[in-house]
Design a protein around this ligand. Structure first.
Ligand code: IMP
Length: 194
């Protein structure tokens, strides 16, 4: 099945392709000459995911899906949440974001956090959303070199390795994106059997 994944993040593309498997052939907007930045200024992950998918669907009429992910720390009232990508400021990178998170949690005993991923699908002019959650804790320092974003500081519940120390297969099996995208995959497979 050919489907457009609205992202410019090649880490996400790789994870999504591995999660969805050979039955899905993913294309991203830049491969079709769409290179403009799609705004992500919604108040919730759901709004951002639906907006991104809707933006590209309006432009070219194609069925597509988009994801938006946030890291929610309990002691910070769910921050950085929807602001995870620009937590340390508009020009910041993942390293800056992680350092800001570690600073905000300095001295905090409650280090519980979760990744929440929302996938929005636009299929035959209808919108569907799928959610994946991964619970864990934020370590006091970065550990591991794999993955991307906040992976080096996130220890999933029941694990002794951070997401950045797991293999891609191990991460995909438990991750927020893995859970949400397997829901998407089941939905698409059922839909196409009808
Ligand atoms: P977005 O979904 O691209 O807006 O991602 C929001 C922020 O969360 C960015 O800083 C990403 O690097 C980070 N992020 C998204 N997915 C993951 C993940 O699977 N692991 C770690 N960080 C992630």
């Amino acid at each position: 099945m050919d489907i457009l994944f609205v992202t410019s993040n090649l880490h996400k593309l790789k994870e999504a392709q591995e999660i969805l498997g050979d039955g899905f052939n993913l294309t991203i907007p830049s491969q079709m000459g769409i290179t403009e930045d799609i705004p992500e200024d919604g108040q919730t992950l759901e709004q951002n995911a639906v907006f991104k998918a809707g933006y590209v669907h309006k432009a070219n009429g194609m069925d597509c899906f988009a994801d938006d992910t946030g890291l929610e720390a309990e002691a910070l009232g769910g921050a950085p949440g929807v602001y995870s990508a620009r937590y340390a400021g508009p020009e910041c990178n993942s390293l800056d974001n992680m350092h800001k998170l570690l600073k905000e949690l300095e001295g905090q005993k409650n280090r519980k956090a979760r990744f929440r991923c929302i996938v929005a699908l636009i299929l035959e002019n209808r919108t569907y959303t799928f959610e994946g959650i991964l619970n864990g804790t934020i370590l006091e320092q970065k550990t591991g070199y794999g993955g991307f974003g906040y992976d080096p500081v996130f220890l999933p519940d029941g694990y002794t390795k951070t997401l950045a120390e797991l293999t891609p297969e191990e991460k995909n099996l438990i991750s927020h994106r893995g859970i949400a995208m397997r829901k998407l995959s089941d939905f698409l497979k059922n839909h196409h059997q009808k």
